[in-house]
Design a protein around this ligand. Structure first.
Ligand SMILES: Nc1nc2c(ncn2[C@@H]2O[C@H](COP(=O)(O)OP(=O)(O)OP(=O)(O)O)[C@@H](O)[C@H]2O)c(=O)[nH]1
Ligand SMILES: [Mg+2]
Length: 135
């Protein structure tokens, strides 16, 4: 049978240090590499016979966040990564602000949107319920 190849564009957003690049490296390069803050975005592709998944890992520093909206039009799926060790209430509020800001954009009304709570291996991490309950 001759299947047409499917193309999927995954966009990864989230505040700086939430762990986007670490996840990106594991998915696209299958290894743990020491990361440094992402400037702009990195791009990687995972290929299978019928599907090609392109992953864009965006920088999350404040001055880079305004660039995110320029790429929403191409999104098939959006991942929003949150550092679940953030004990600082302000940081969680900031993540919530950016997440709601994205969800407000009608360009992604029909786009699946996954929120990933990361760094949960660390002892001082909140549970998902605690984060949702506190914001
Ligand atoms: N323990 C632990 N550390 C993590 C995890 N994910 C990321 N880190 C560490 O957190 C730091 C920041 O990770 P990055 O992946 O560079 O964060 P980022 O979201 O890409 O940051 P920006 O590129 O600035 O937006 C690094 O020192 C990572 O090694 C995790 O799941 N567990
Ligand atoms: Mg990064």
């Amino acid at each position: 049978m001759n299947f047409k190849k499917q193309w999927i564009n995954v966009l990864m957003f989230g505040l700086e240090n939430s762990g986007k690049s670490q996840l990106f490296n594991q998915w696209s390069k299958h290894k743990l590499i020491q990361t440094s803050p992402t400037k702009g975005f990195a791009i990687g592709t995972i290929q299978s016979e019928n599907v090609s998944v392109s992953i864009r890992d965006f920088g999350g520093q404040p001055h880079l966040r305004k660039l995110w909206c320029n790429y929403l039009q191409s999104a098939s799926v959006i991942f929003f990564v949150i550092d679940s060790t953030q004990r600082d209430y302000k940081q969680i509020q900031e993540a919530k602000f950016e997440l709601l800001n994205l969800l407000d954009n009608e360009m992604i009304d029909q786009v699946p949107f996954l929120v990933l709570f990361n760094q949960s291996d660390l002892q001082n991490s909140f549970t998902t319920e605690e984060i949702i309950g506190n914001t």
